[in-house]
Design a protein around this ligand. Structure first.
Ligand code: CTP
Length: 437
């Protein structure tokens, strides 16, 4: 499956560098054309000659060791690559990649390439757990870098835990899967939506299977986080056969729930009235009225890390709910409505550690109304959309939104699928939560 694929393999200086020999050998056996770049530290663990012999290609270690006058080696490697794989990836190279450093042949090539990048970290368990490493990995994941998570077990340093380079066979398996999926969709770094689809959605099938073999290529941006999403409209009863509702399809909330699930979160979806299909593998809590929704969200509130109120909640409900069907009498009928609880505003007042995201559906003065709601409801972010704009209202599969925080515009997202809006929103939230911690 790897026939003719040009893989630039970055080998960095950890004890797991010795596994690069097996990795090279297996990639070559599968038909890949492997070009190795080693860091100086990697050469302490394994020789250039070993990897050169296995790949039958020159191994690069020095940016200034230009062997072919006709080309600039790091640019040539960066341009030719179908995939740049860094295995093992040390905490050091991860930090350099995250911050755009380019002080050796490998990091210079990584900065110059437009090919997809996949990394397989390997390090001591405490290093892997260090907030700086986590933050750097989040930054990379944010940019679409694919991760092959380290396995757990006895590490060379004597500790038992997470940090062991994934087995070469499994890495090859992941690389094969990546190409199998990528060949269905063309990859261009200039199309962030596609990169996202690959990093998150596109790899889903592979993730499910590869989980069984012990490796996860999934994006772990929200791993361990409890995310509560509300979606759909509410139903406010008038009598047993009539009610007040709105046009909300629930699609935006469903896309957010699915994206949070794909990012590794434990998702609870409080689902109001909707015609759309809710996502799989999330816990669904069906509700009808605003009051039901309030009670359901309140139940989940204390344990939640992120709460996203994408639901269209009715602001008013009939004062009286008739137990029997209202009979037709006279030419007019008046219904008295009373105000519903504002769920978001109530949650905003109770906020402790929760990251709270609201929505603002507006038909005019988008920024002014959205920011006023953000302040009044004490949200961390608010997602505003002009519902009069074509493709951005209720029921559509696309949306165009402005995301604000207290300081103003965070990001303007042009018309794109609700899935892409959801991924972008969650990535902003994850980044900010990581920064806050
Ligand atoms: N919201 C809520 N409870 C309500 C009304 C709204 O939790 N009773 C939430 C929505 O889920 C959304 C945000 O508040 O996240 C803004 O909803 P929106 O309808 O745009 O604003 P309202 O506060 O209802 O103000 P208005 O209708 O005047 O625009």
């Amino acid at each position: 499956m790897l026939n003719g694929k040009k893989i630039v393999l970055g080998v960095t200086g950890g004890i797991a560098a010795y596994k690069a020999a097996t990795l090279c050998s297996k990639l070559v056996q599968k038909g890949a054309d492997v070009h190795v770049i080693m860091t100086a530290s990697a050469t302490q663990f394994i020789t250039e000659l070993t990897l050169q012999t296995l790949t039958r290609n020159a191994v690069y270690t020095d940016t200034f060791d230009e062997r072919e006058p006709a080309v600039v080696s790091h640019i040539n490697l960066a341009d030719m690559a179908d995939l740049v794989l860094v295995a093992p990836a040390t905490a050091n190279v991860i930090a350099k990649m995250a911050h755009g450093m380019a002080d050796d042949m490998l990091t210079t090539t990584l900065l110059a390439t437009t090919a997809p990048v996949m990394i397989a970290p390997a390090m001591n368990v405490h290093m892997y757990d260090h907030p700086a490493v986590k933050h750097n990995m989040n930054l990379l994941a944010e940019r679409g870098t694919l991760m092959i998570e380290p396995g757990e077990g006895l590490l060379a340093c004597g500790y038992v835990g997470k940090g062991r380079l994934e087995e070469p066979e499994t890495i090859v398996d992941v690389v094969e899967r990546f190409f199998a999926q990528r060949d269905e969709v063309s990859w261009k770094r200039s199309e962030p939506a596609l990169v996202e689809a690959f990093a998150l959605g596109g790899a889903q099938e592979g993730i499910q299977e590869s989980m069984q073999s012990g490796v996860s290529v999934q994006n772990t941006l929200l791993k361990g986080k409890k995310v509560v999403v509300t979606a759909g409209g509410t139903i406010e009863r008038i009598d047993p056969v009539r009610y007040i509702t709105n046009d909300s399809s629930g699609k935006m909330g469903f896309a957010i729930a699915a994206a949070a699930r794909d990012l590794g979160a434990d998702v609870k979806l409080v689902m109001g009235s909707t015609q759309a299909q809710p996502p799989e593998n999330v816990q669904i809590i069906p509700v009808q009225s605003a009051q039901d929704m309030y009670e359901a969200v309140s139940q989940e509130w204390d344990g939640a890390d992120i709460v996203i109120k994408a639901a269209a909640v009715a602001d008013y409900r009939p004062k009286e709910v008739y137990m029997e069907k209202i009979k037709k009498k006279g030419d007019t009928l008046s219904l008295e409505l009373v105000k519903n609880i504002d769920i978001l505003e109530t949650l905003g007042k109770r906020k402790t550690h929760q990251y709270l995201i609201g929505f603002a559906a507006e038909t005019q003065s988008l920024e002014m109304y959205a920011r006023e709601k953000l302040e009044r409801k004490n949200c961390d972010l608010i997602v505003a959309n002009d519902v009069t704009r074509s493709g951005a209202g209720f029921g559509t599969d696309t949306n165009a939104v402005h995301i604000y925080d207290r300081d103003g515009l965070v990001e303007e997202l042009e018309l794109m699928s609700k899935e892409d809006v959801a991924h972008r929103l969650l990535r902003i939230a994850a980044e900010r939560i990581a920064g806050r911690n």
